[in-house]
Write a protein that binds this ligand. Structure first.
Ligand code: IMP
Ligand code: MG
Length: 336
């Protein structure tokens, strides 16, 4: 049984939601713990003809036996969380750590003006100002909020129990390696580290407990907000290629560029990744849409995957062929 961390190797929006929903169903994940910054994340999960856009709840909710936890490093917006609990009908299996800091309206207001809005072009969801208050030791915690009372728990303890019992555990990172406050494109980045080590710290899991780190990459690169994006395409060019995407949380246009091998390789190093997922392969190779076995991938798609493996020096074990949770070639157990 394994403890797996899932993180993004680019600038977010690589399809972690889809990869995690696939893993939760396939591996019957017993406990998942959401790491990352907070509701600035937007994860799209498509399962059984339903399209969920999640900002707080773990994407593993689609496996209905899975316990859904929010680690103490994650910022909680109670209104958004309660809404998502309702939409996903997951009330009985959600746990929020007592020490999660809570986003208030003053944080959202501060995130929508000045340097953050105008220069950095943040998501405006209040996460930066809330993390600043947390560092100043003035932020409210989940344990202070009556509406969260019924969900309060000790997340590190629950995760540790699950690991000790030999159950499958998933740690869900958010954002992306190059949005990290430490390793990203500062100042155009988010308000804390978001690599695999930070994800573990967010949920209170020590590094020796982790078995696998899955690095999620997309077949092309995108980023929203300001900051460098090497080899960026115009919106027109992106539309032509089918790379023109709109952000889940803010509705802004995502900027796009070809797959970046150099960034991917460095992300393997920064995250200690043991395997990679490459999503949206069907956008580059439409003949692969919906394929779920390696043999059915086209020669061109296989050559692309092999080139990635050669250059990032870890195996690509998950290949996304469509937006649905199960549109995935999963070769984790079948050596080629
Ligand atoms: P903040 O995290 O809202 O402070 O925004 C800082 C930068 O990170 C902005 O460029 C955002 O667009 C970007 N960002 C934050 N979260 C995500 C995410 O989940 N996906 C993609 N970009 C994000
Ligand atoms: Mg996203």
């Amino acid at each position: 049984m394994t403890c797996t961390v899932v993180v993004c190797g680019f600038f977010g929006d690589t399809g972690k939601g889809k990869v995690i929903s696939h893993l939760s169903l396939k591996d019957e994940i017993a406990v998942t713990a959401r790491a990352g910054v907070g509701p600035n994340a937007g994860h799209t999960v498509i399962y059984k003809d339903k399209n969920y856009k999640l900002r707080m709840l773990p994407s593993a909710f689609v496996y209905d036996e899975c316990r859904l936890l929010m680690g103490p490093g994650v910022l909680v917006n109670p209104e958004i969380l309660l809404q998502e609990i309702q939409i996903t009908e997951s009330k009985d299996r959600v746990g929020v750590d007592r020490q999660c800091a809570v986003i208030e309206s003053k944080h959202i207001e501060a995130d929508k003006k000045g340097n953050l809005a105008e220069k950095i072009k943040t998501t405006g969801t209040g996460t930066g100002p809330c993390n600043a208050d947390r560092a100043l030791r003035t932020a409210k915690l989940a344990r202070d909020i009556p509406e969260l009372k019924e969900f309060l728990t000790d997340v590190p303890f629950e995760v540790d129990e699950a690991i000790k019992e030999g159950r499958n555990v998933l740690i869900e990172g958010t954002q992306g390696t190059y949005l990290s406050l430490f390793h990203g494109t500062y100042p155009y980045c988010t308000s804390k580290d978001v690599t695999a080590s930070a994800a573990c710290s967010d949920v209170g899991v020590g590094p020796t407990k982790v078995d696998e780190v899955i690095l999620v990459l997309k077949a092309f690169t995108t980023r929203v907000g300001a900051g460098p994006l090497p080899n960026e395409l115009s919106w027109k060019e992106a539309e032509k290629k089918g790379w023109a995407e709109v952000a889940t949380v803010t509705g802004r246009r995502r900027r796009s560029a070809p797959f970046n091998y150099k960034l991917a390789k460095r992300a393997v190093m920064l995250n200690g990744a043991t395997q990679a997922a490459v999503t949206k392969v069907d956008i580059l190779f439409p003949e692969c849409k919906g394929v779920d076995s390696y043999d059915e991938l086209s020669k061109e798609a296989i050559a692309f995957i092999q080139e990635i493996e050669k250059r990032i020096e870890i195996p690509v074990t998950l290949i996304g062929t469509g937006p649905g949770a199960l549109e995935m070639v999963d070769i984790r157990d079948s050596p080629r």
